[in-house]
Design a protein around this ligand. Sequence first.
Ligand SMILES: NC(=O)C1=CN([C@@H]2O[C@H](COP(=O)(O)OP(=O)(O)OC[C@H]3O[C@@H](n4cnc5c(N)ncnc54)[C@H](O)[C@@H]3O)[C@@H](O)[C@H]2O)C=CC1
Ligand SMILES: O=C(O)CCC(=O)C(=O)O
Length: 460
Amino acid sequence: MTIISENVKKPSQYVADYLDEIYHSVVKQDPNEPEFHQAVAVFLQSIYPLLEKEPQYIEKGILKQIVEPERVITFRVTWVDDNGKTQVNRGYRVQFNSAIGPFKGGLRFHPSVNTSIVKFLGFEQTFKNSLTGQPIGGGKGGSNFDPKGKSDNEIMRFCQSFMTELARYIGPDIDVPAGDLGVGAREIGYMFGQYKRLRGAYEAGVITGKAPDFGGSLGRTEATGYGTIYFVQEMLKDNRMRLEGSTIAVSGSGNVSIYAMEKASQLGARVVACSDTTGYIYNEKGIDVDTVKEIKLKRKGRIKEYLDFHPDTTYSEDCAGIWSVPCGIALPCATQNELDEEHAITLVKNGVKVVAEGANMPCTPKATEVFLNNGVLFGPAKAANAGGVAVSQLEMAQNSMRLKWTFEEVDERLQDIMKSIYRNCVDATKEFDNATNLIQGANIAGFKKVADAMIAQGVI
Ligand SMILES: NC(=O)C1=CN([C@@H]2O[C@H](COP(=O)(O)OP(=O)(O)OC[C@H]3O[C@@H](n4cnc5c(N)ncnc54)[C@H](O)[C@@H]3O)[C@@H](O)[C@H]2O)C=CC1
Ligand SMILES: O=C(O)CCC(=O)C(=O)O
């Protein structure tokens, strides 16, 4: 299997062979990790212009090291459900790379969680965190626990049991988890409470995404979605386009989607569609974000309930059908590989101009190729959704200083960080390939800083 795509300038034979070797050794070592292989392939495929120019990354074995996590921890999580029955789940923490700071990255609770998923997420997180310009390494974790249909007490008991084991491996200067799919402020609160009880100390900076009353940063809840829109604004500005008046389709209706929709609407765009695992809604005149918040955040209901409030809206049970909606901007904000080649072709036919990944790796490599080949501006996840982890780091900073910044201060810093991520990605593409491929820009800029730190710290 070749990892070099047809639509990019070819690397030299020496570099191509080396990249192939790295890729095949990853696949050989862990053959049952397709999501991790996908993330590694896209990364390797992007960084060759840097390797041609600076061969020390090959000579010093940096690539071999960077595709191997520093530590993969799996553990049993036992808990008792409301019927008194013992339940067993598996917990994971992948501490991927600590070259530029303590491991940092979210926890995902979803039945699909396995080693491949947490490794791909931890790998991506390493470069994302580097792009933020902040001193944070990459990690990720979670469990195959399904929070759907669980009572509040069951969630609490699960989180306490999960943290009882995880606490051995984390700390404000070691590894700092946060939320992700299925893990929000409630779960973070339960996990922080258990960590505090186990340690007998108030180490606020051990986890981020806490409620603002006990060490959380204002603006963290909104940060990933808002950050994605700030990134899109930069893409548009640079290409003489405007967010105002544009039509947007946003998949999902969770944390990232809701705040992307909110910021886009505040800035004068029209969000016409959003979805959940049960289907999608479409309204040409615009979706009312407050209604989505009421349904999803307060009632914990399904997106179909939107029609009870706005009956002029259409609903379809095919959640991926959202990509057939005509829109100028598409924001996949739900989950990995949710937007494939066929969806991309339909979006292009319907006139999409910009795609930015609010979720992690939501577009398949084939879909990405369709966008790049058709001149669609493409914002890759590790750049476009970095606002969440960036504000998590601001939370760590506030915890260390025992300070609390206002929402406006945090939001201003977030805007600056997203602008600088965009600029660094563009500069990297210009320096190395004279193209506007932000996938390449994000991978090169994110990798270089981590790789230089690894070289400086020696073979460890
Ligand atoms: N929460 C955060 O700060 C960050 C999250 N992300 C990524 O963003 C994505 C979403 O995360 P959150 O919003 O935090 O999770 P969440 O659990 O709050 O929301 C996920 C939403 O996606 C929907 N969904 C899941 N699979 C779907 C599918 N196949 N089709 C349509 N809808 C589907 C769910 O119904 C839910 O509305 C994930 O890929 C996550 O890794 C990335 C950066 C930071
Ligand atoms: O806030 C964090 O530490 C992590 C956010 C996250 O999981 C992500 O960026 O994918």
